[in-house]
Each structure stands twice: as C-alpha cells, then as structure tokens.
Design a protein around this ligand. Sequence first.
Ligand SMILES: Cc1cc2nc3c(=O)[nH]c(=O)nc-3n(C[C@H](O)[C@H](O)[C@H](O)COP(=O)(O)OP(=O)(O)OC[C@H]3O[C@@H](n4cnc5c(N)ncnc54)[C@H](O)[C@@H]3O)c2cc1C
Length: 205
Amino acid sequence: MKLKTYDDRLTLTNGSYHSLVNARKPEGIDEKQAYLIGTGIASLAAGCFLIRDAHMEGNKITFLEQLDIPGGSLDGNIRQNAGYVARGGREMGHHFEVLWSLFSSLPATEDPSMSVLDYFYYTNLDDPNYSNCRITRKQGERYDNGKFNLGQDLAKELALFVATSDEELENKSIDEIFSEELLESDFWTLWRTMFAFKTGTVHLK
Ligand SMILES: Cc1cc2nc3c(=O)[nH]c(=O)nc-3n(C[C@H](O)[C@H](O)[C@H](O)COP(=O)(O)OP(=O)(O)OC[C@H]3O[C@@H](n4cnc5c(N)ncnc54)[C@H](O)[C@@H]3O)c2cc1C
C-alpha cells in the first residue's frame, strides 16, 4: 500500500533511495514553533523528526504533558546526564522502519560514536537473550504453565470486553470491568505481567 503523503521520501519501498536523502530546509521554518501534546514515543519521535527533517531548532519545540512522569506508555523517566530512559524491556520488530530510521540518526548515550541503532543492534548480537517461560519466581523457578486456562464463560467475558466501546470504558478501573474469576486466571497473570497492569481504583481527574 502506498502512503498518501506530499513527501515522496515517505514511500519507503524496498530499495528506495528517497528515504536516505536528507530533507531540505522548508521555507519559513525559522518563523514556526511546535507544541506537541504528550511525551509518549509518538510526540518524542515527532520532535526528533522536526529537528532532523524540518530543520526546526530544538528550543522552538514544546512538549505539553498532563502527568508528572514523561514517557507515556513507555513508563519512562528523564535522568540528569543520561537523557530519556525507558524502564523495562521492549520487544522490537523488523518492520519498525520509521523507528530504525530515527534511531540511526541519533547518537547513543553509552557511546556517541555509534548511533542508537548501531548500539541496539550490536548489543543484541553480542548478548542475545531469549526466554523459556513468561514468569519465574524464587530466583528462576518457572511459575507460568504456558496456558491461559480460560473456560468458556471467561472467554466470553473477554470477547464482550473487546466489543465494548471506548466511551463505556472511560474512567473505569480494571476491577470494575473484569470479574474476580478472570483476575485470578492464568491468562490474567500472563497479561498483567506483560503490560504492567495494576488492579485497584485509579481514576484520572
Ligand atoms: C508494559 C508495556 C509493555 C509494552 N511492550 C511493548 C513492546 O514490547 N513492543 C512494542 O512495540 N510496544 C510495546 N508496548 C506498547 C507501546 O509502549 C505503546 O504503544 C507506545 O509507547 C505508545 O506511545 P504513544 O506516544 O502513541 O502514546 P502514549 O505513550 O500513551 O503517550 C501519550 C502521552 O500523552 C499524554 N497526554 C494525553 N492526553 C494529553 C493531554 N490532553 N494533555 C497533555 N498530555 C496528554 C499522556 O499522559 C501520555 O504521556 C508496551 C506497553 C506497555 C504499557
């Protein structure tokens, strides 16, 4: 599928050299400012692309974040002298072309002679990791049994949840939506440890 865009470099087809060409400075960019809502990876990446591709000066870009913690779903942190740090691991995919392009143009904090992409690539090459199970306890004892153990009723409960509109879910905590039985299932243990979900009432004001 071809993306509808005015910027031909975004076609990103196999073997296309367009994506490698440095963008020219757009006319009038020095008179512009950008205000980005949130500090999730989408906003942070947009800020980087504004600097790299639109040649906007960094001090003209403002991030507006509603929470005290930046990073959005990346659950991140800004540390002095270390930059923006995302806690916890993330699985990356080969198809993350835009992210890889971004990473290839940023110097790695650990070794500024390398790009973030180089550092990421060689770290995984030199220290590959894999897991035989999802959850361990007592320093290495396998905890999960690799099964969801959902009966028909709980499977139905999940299916109904998937079909629920965003409006109906808004401002509700997890335990207002799911039954106790579901929250005690093996499925839930796997799901909550994957996405760091907490039960309990946490209403956003
Ligand atoms: C535990 C966990 C593990 C994950 N693992 C992976 C993985 O392995 N691989 C993967 O690809 N993805 C993973 N994801 C998903 C990925 O992290 C998210 O899809 C991605 O971070 C979302 O980024 P975003 O910028 O689109 O949105 P968000 O990160 O949600 O950022 C939106 C930001 O905007 C702020 N905001 C919203 N509205 C306003 C407003 N009106 N005013 C001011 N601020 C506002 C929010 O507070 C938030 O900080 C994981 C997610 C979680 C939670």
